[in-house]
Ligand binder design. Sequence first.
Ligand SMILES: *[C@@H]1O[C@H](CO)[C@@H](O)[C@H](O)[C@H]1NC(C)=O
Length: 151
Amino acid sequence: MKTFILLSALLFVASPYIFEKCELAQLLLRHGLDGYRGYSLANWVCLVEHESGYNTRVVGRNRRGGKTVSSDYGIFQISSTRWCRDGQTTRRRNTDDSCGRSCQDFINENITDDIECAKKVVLPQGMNAWYSWKKKCKQSTLTKFLKECDV
Ligand SMILES: *[C@@H]1O[C@H](CO)[C@@H](O)[C@H](O)[C@H]1NC(C)=O
C-alpha cells in the first residue's frame, strides 16, 4: 500500500498538467496573447484561472434533459459546438471557422494548439465568448493579478 501511494505521488509530480499561474503567463506571453485583440495578459490568465484552474485535462459537460449536448475542453474550455470535434456533439452547420482539431488535442499537456484556437474563439465577440471571464474578470481590476510573476 505504501509503495502504491509513493508511486502515485511520483506519477503526479512527473506529469505537469496543472500549470502554475506564472508559468502559464510566460507561455501565453511567448505565444503573443498579451494585447491580442486588445486584451492584456492578465485578462488571459484570469480567464484560464476561472475556466479550468490551469488544469489541461478539464472537460466540462453541458447537459440538457440528462444528456450531454456538448463539452468544453482544456485550459480555455474550448467548446465542441463550434471549435473542435469530439464525435458526440451535434455541431453548428457553419463550422468553416472552427479550429479544425479533435477536442482531445485540447486536453493534453501541449497547449500550443489550445492557444492558437483561443485566438480564433476571441475573434467574433471578444472575451465575452467565455462566461467566466464575463463574470469574474471583465469588471475586475486585474493590475495586481500578475504582480508576483516575472512577465
Ligand atoms: C505541440 O503542438 C504543436 C502544434 O500542434 C507542435 O507543433 C509542437 O511540436 C508540439 N510540441 C511538443 C513539445 O510536442
